[in-house]
Design a protein around this ligand. Structure first.
Ligand code: IMP
Length: 432
């Protein structure tokens, strides 16, 4: 069981860090595979809260080698800041316990402006985090973007690559600013970004990053050969997947299991365990279909009880009941082997809990997710809530209703639950 993967199955923010933290106890490597600083990973350990966007959450374990993989896109400023913040908190971040793939793409200042520009132009807004992640992937796909490796090439070569990468942005900005001047859009004008600015950006952060940039493949090969435990840490989540999720209300990478394996640089047959992380209800930041959404007092209560405000943007999250149809849909596409369920304490505060077990769709009852998920209405089964998990550390101690909630999920999805979260601290984890 050497390579294990942890991915989200809903709309992100499920608390993947908890499962990563536990699995990392036996691991030699934890590798983050997709997304960029749009992700917000909160790890609470020893009473301290660590909010990270780019660093793998295992960075708080100095004995583990944390890697940012080739499928990630990295904002140099945020990466440098996070390294600094961790060091200030006395968390070791050295070449020994942290590396970044030389193939990891760089998010530049103009990528964030592009995020804003596209949202301005779109009638149907995605609600992007504005961190320039989708637009970095776009320029990667256009094959002009720069990778970590490029920070170390000849300055003249680096400059010409930056110039090439900036061309499309500045052409778009000229036109967008014209339309703003004409009053077609009310958005603030977009800055022209120069080659010098982005070259400076590279030089400014290169110093704090250079010791970490490396070729990760020989390191992974060695660990695989020695059958060491490697954890692949997913970011975002299944329903934000650009191929299989709620396209176009998605992120720009592939956070399903195959995309996550690819982003790490580890083949699918080597992955022996895929742990899917969910909340005991559903939350979503940004726009897009949400079949079980509760825009009412129940939603407000869950949001407050579960502190459901975005780590990255601070936006209040949209809240709904657990949608098991949506979770089961991910089972084969991501080859799941077990589940981690977080916020069991939060949902237990409700006396009666609805769980979605089917959809009404075009006059029929269905148990799969159609492409136009927004046209589905939920079919609920009501389960008993009203439990308190305080101080409970084992599954056997959980109130009967809480156990039944877990059994119900296991039976519906057809895989076992491995971890249960009953509070924000890592210690408030029940291993089933
Ligand atoms: P982008 O990836 O920042 O462009 O955002 C696209 C959509 O994915 C928006 O609805 C975001 O709120 C959502 N999103 C991106 N990353 C995360 C995440 O880590 N957690 C939750 N939602 C995310």
């Amino acid at each position: 069981m050497a390579v294990k993967m942890i991915i989200g199955l809903q709309y992100g923010d499920e608390g993947k860090g908890r499962a990563v933290h536990y699995e990392a106890k036996n691991a030699s490597i934890v590798i983050r595979a997709t997304g960029g600083s749009n992700a917000g990973h909160t790890v609470v350990a020893n009473g301290k809260k660590y909010a990270m966007h780019l660093l793998p959450s295992a960075i708080i374990r100095p004995e583990v080698l944390s890697i940012i993989g080739p499928g990630v896109v990295a904002d140099l400023e945020i990466l440098a800041q996070e390294i600094q913040q961790m060091r200030e908190a006395n968390i070791k971040v050295e070449r020994q316990n942290f590396i970044v793939s030389e193939r990891t793409h760089i998010t530049f200042p103009h990528h964030k402006q592009l995020d804003r520009l596209y949202e301005m132009l779109k009638a149907n807004k995605v609600g992007t985090t504005g961190r320039g992640v989708g637009t970095t992937y776009e320029e990667k796909a256009r094959r002009t973007n720069l990778r970590m490796h490029d920070l170390f090439i000849e300055p003249s070569e680096l400059k010409s690559k930056i110039q090439e990468n900036l061309k499309v942005y500045n052409v778009l900005v000229a036109e967008a600013n014209k339309q703003i001047e004409q009053g077609i859009y009310t958005e603030e004008k977009f800055p022209i970004i120069t080659l010098e600015e982005e070259y400076e950006y590279c030089m400014k952060y290169k110093e704090s990053i250079k010791e970490f940039v490396a070729d990760i493949y020989p390191i992974l090969d060695k660990a695989i050969q020695k059958d060491e435990v490697i954890i692949i840490e997913g970011a975002q989540s299944f329903w934000l997947d650009n191929d299989h999720g709620d396209y176009p209300m998605t992120t720009s990478s592939n956070p399903n299991a195959s995309g996550t394996a690819s982003g790490a640089g580890i083949g699918p047959t080597l992955v022996k365990e895929v742990i899917g992380v969910i909340k005991a209800y559903t939350s979503r930041v940004g726009n897009g279909p949400f079949v079980t959404e509760q825009e009412n007092e129940i939603g407000d209560c869950i949001r407050n009880w579960g502190h459901e405000y975005g780590t990255t943007t601070g936006r209040p999250r949209r809240i709904g009941f657990l949608d098991l149809v949506m979770i089961k849909h991910t089972k084969n596409i991501s080859g799941l082997t077990s589940l981690c369920i977080n916020h069991l304490d939060t949902i237990g505060k409700l006396d009666k809990i609805n769980v979605c077990i089917g959809y009404k769709y075009k006059g029929k009852e269905i148990k799969h997710v159609p492409i136009d998920k927004q046209n589905c209405q939920p079919i609920y089964q009501q389960l008993k809530g009203g439990w308190n998990t305080e101080g409970i550390t084992s599954f056997e101690e959980l109130p009967k209703e809480a156990q039944e909630y877990i059994y119900f999920i296991e039976k519906y999805i057809g895989i076992p639950v491995k971890y249960i979260g009953v509070g924000a601290d890592e210690k408030q984890t029940i291993i089933k």
